[in-house]
Structure formats: C-alpha cells, structure tokens
Write a protein that binds this ligand. Structure first.
Ligand code: NHF
Length: 416
C-alpha cells in the first residue's frame, strides 16, 4: 500500500504523543512493506531537510513563508483574538497548503508518484488532507488524536472546531484513539458511521525493564536526592492545565501523611512551570517535590520510569495517554485520571486479577492520593501491578497491533 501521512509533528520535531505515534506507526508500516511519504512541518529556522529518505520513509518539510501580515484581513474574528497565537495559525495554514501543492503538483503530477490513501492527523493537517482529496480523488482518512474542545476544556477556538468538523464530513473515514474519543466525536457532530477506534501502542523492546542499567537508575534517583527506600512518584508530560499536574501536587500532603519520605518528580515543559513552582512553595512542599523542566530524550524517559515506584497521570482530558502504556511496559503501576474523556480508562485495568493500576478522579487531590497510597502499600503489590501492566501491553498494546489494525481499516476504505 502506498500511503501519504500528513502530520505536524515528526522526528526530530516531537512535542508530545502525536509525534511518538507518527514516528512509531510509520516505521511499522515500512516494516510491513508499505510505502510511506510523510509531509510535516519544518522547524522555525527552516533548518531541517525539505526532502529526505530516513529509515525507508520519504519525508517532506516545506519551507515556511510568513503570511501573518496579510492574515488579519482574511481570517475570522476568533483567530484575530489569538494575539501572538496567530503566528502559529499562519504557520499551520502555510504548511498545509504548501504540502498539498507539493504533493499534488510535484510528486503526483510531475514525478508520477502513485498513492492509495491519504492519512491526515488532527486539524493541524486535515486542511491539506481535504485539499489533496479534492485535487486527486484519493480516499482520505482523518485521524483524530484530540479535539479543540477537549484540549482546551471547552475554551477553544470555534474556527479550529469547524476545521475538525469539516475534515470529518469530507473524509472517507475517521480513526480515533479510544472509545471515549469516539463518544466525544459523536457528541460534536462527527458522522458516527465513519468513526473507527484504533488504540495506540508502545514498543516493549525499547520500554523493557530488563534492559536498563541499574547503575544509571541509581544515579538518576540520586540526582533528584531520593534516598534508597524513598517512594518515587513520577509525572512526565507537558505542563499544561489539562494534564492535572497541579492537582497531583495538591495530593502530596495526603500521600505524605502515610509515606513521609515520598518524593514527587515532575518532568516536562509547559506554560504552568512558574505556577507549579509557586504552588509547591506556598504549600511548603519543597522537600517533597522535584522539578525537571526539560523535554527529556526517550532514553532518559525510560530511565525515569525504571527509577520510579508509581507513575501518575491525572489528566482532565486524555484521548489515549501513551505515557501510561510506557510506564506499564516498564512494569510500573499507574494511577490515571479516569473521569470525563479518558482513553486511559480503557488502557489501565483497575480491578480483578489483571489489575495494573488505579483510576482516580483527576479533579480531586484526595482521590489521586488514594490511588498513590494504594499502590505504595507494599513492594509486593507494586511488583504484581507492574507485571500485570507489562503483560497487558504485550497482549493488547504493541505498535504492531496498532499498525495492523490501521492498515486493515485503510484497506476497507481503499476497496470502497
Ligand atoms: O496519546 C497520540 C496522542 C494521545 O492522549 C494523547 C493526546 C494526543 O492527547 O494519539 O495524541
């Protein structure tokens, strides 16, 4: 199968779960002998190659042109109110139109490339997706990894929500990452018959607890000043409101009542950094919370999972939550936000013989602490939960499975 993938985040430019998804799934497609052409964003300086072959994948990154001076006259009031955000909107528009033009006019019409299907990821690329479909008649699959309404907890841009909805109406198929998301999309007016669910995955060979060097793990814990027997609680992710990390800090007093030596390590970047630092100060938690305001490499991320006793992701909205899978693959128990739209509710088994973690209400610090305290009850329990998590990953959530299911869905759409 010859597949065009339109995706805003792609290595080396990875911001979050979408970038991880794109890197892993395209690699699997190629290993399954499919042809993949990716169109993605260049960086701010335009320093990434505009065309290259990397690991058997043809990648295009059109160079940006700054259209922001002319944009205010042609965009809706809603976008004008974005202030500096209008730069982002203009970049995304340019990336979409330049990608569509290069694909249609150069690759397909001049160089005679043939494709079977176009896959566009989120509103960030679906403008290009619908353009390519109109120009070439190729089937379009719209992958939805999150919605504007969800990620902004209802305070988002109507323009972006309209782009999403139009994408869904014009696409031949919509694929999303959880049943929770399917419900959300239906409630937003997406055509239900078009929506299919395909869970994400993790690479259990990479995220393998037996493959980490214990000396490195020890060093990492020491670098945070965590004593040998001290429970380490880990949060890793973007430091934005929707991830609920402030509520996790607020949960710490309840945790410390039962586990006075517990340490919370928060790793990531985002616009909440200052606020979180102030919160920790105001709550007198400086001794129990450690910040690492960096976007850490995958290798370091794996070490952090290996070093921790429990990983906590109290998101208020989480379409899937690849980080929970990564922790499970590393045999670590997880405590996850499971109220509202949460793919993690589908990922994490919270009771019975195969339990691998706890579901909590992410808006309630005491409930988050309840989950953490339950995990920290005993080393045997942690081990049991962790082993169950990895077993579940191996059975249900590998990238191979995700890629096979995605290809089967693409086949359906091509046949039509
Ligand atoms: O895992 C990749 C990722 C999801 O929950 C995540 C999200 C964005 O919000 O599908 O996309």
């Amino acid at each position: 199968m010859k597949i065009v993938v339109l995706v805003y985040e792609y290595p080396p430019k990875i911001v979050g779960g979408l970038g991880t998804y794109a890197a892993e799934i395209t690699r699997k497609f190629v290993m399954m002998e499919h042809d993949v052409t990716v169109f993605t964003m260049n960086d701010d300086q335009g320093s990434l190659p505009t065309r290259e072959i990397w690991r058997g994948i043809e990648i295009h990154r059109p160079l940006h042109i700054d259209i922001s001076d002319s944009l205010p006259d042609v965009v809706a009031e809603d976008v004008k109110k974005w202030g500096r955000g209008i730069q982002l909107f203009s970049k995304i528009l340019v990336y979409n139109y330049l990608s569509a033009s290069k694909l249609v006019n150069e690759l397909i019409r001049k160089e005679n490339f043939k494709y079977d299907v176009v896959a566009a990821h989120d509103w960030l690329s679906v403008i290009a997706g619908v353009t390519v479909k109109k120009e070439t008649g190729l089937p379009l699959v719209f992958h939805v990894h999150s919605t504007e309404k969800g990620r902004t907890l209802g305070n988002g841009s109507e323009v972006i929500s309209n782009i999403e909805l139009r994408g869904a109406k014009l696409a031949d198929m919509v694929i999303t990452v959880s049943y929770a998301m399917k419900d959300e999309l239906i409630s937003l007016g997406f055509p239900p018959e078009k929506i299919h669910v395909c869970h994400n995955g993790v690479d259990p060979q990479k995220y393998n607890p037996d493959a980490v060097n214990q000396e490195d793990v020890k060093r990492l814990r020491e670098s945070y000043g965590i004593g040998e027997g001290d429970p380490m609680i880990l949060f890793i992710g973007r430091l934005v409101g929707v991830k609920g990390v402030d509520k996790l800090i607020m949960a710490m007093p309840y945790v410390l009542q039962q586990h006075p030596n517990a340490k919370l390590v928060i790793v990531g970047v985002g616009d909440m950094q200052e606020y979180l630092k102030n919160l920790v100060n105001a709550m007198g938690l400086n001794n129990s919370v450690r910040f690492n305001f960096n976007f850490v490499s995958e290798e370091e991320r794996i070490l952090h999972y290996a070093a921790c006793d429990v990983a906590v992701f109290p998101s208020l909205y989480e379409p899937f939550g690849i980080v929970a899978l990564e922790a499970m693959s590393m045999e670590r128990p997880v405590v996850v936000g499971a109220a509202g739209i949460s793919g993690m509710r589908e990922v994490v088994t919270c009771s019975g013989e195969e339990q691998c973690g706890y579901h909590v209400n992410p808006s309630n610090p005491a409930d988050i602490a309840w989950g953490i305290n339950n995990v920290l009850e005993s080393p045997e329990k942690r081990k049991w939960l962790g082993k169950n998590g990895r077993r579940r990953v191996l059975r249900e959530f590998t990238w191979e499975k995700a890629a096979e299911r995605t290809i089967a869905l693409y086949e359906q759409v091509i046949k039509r």
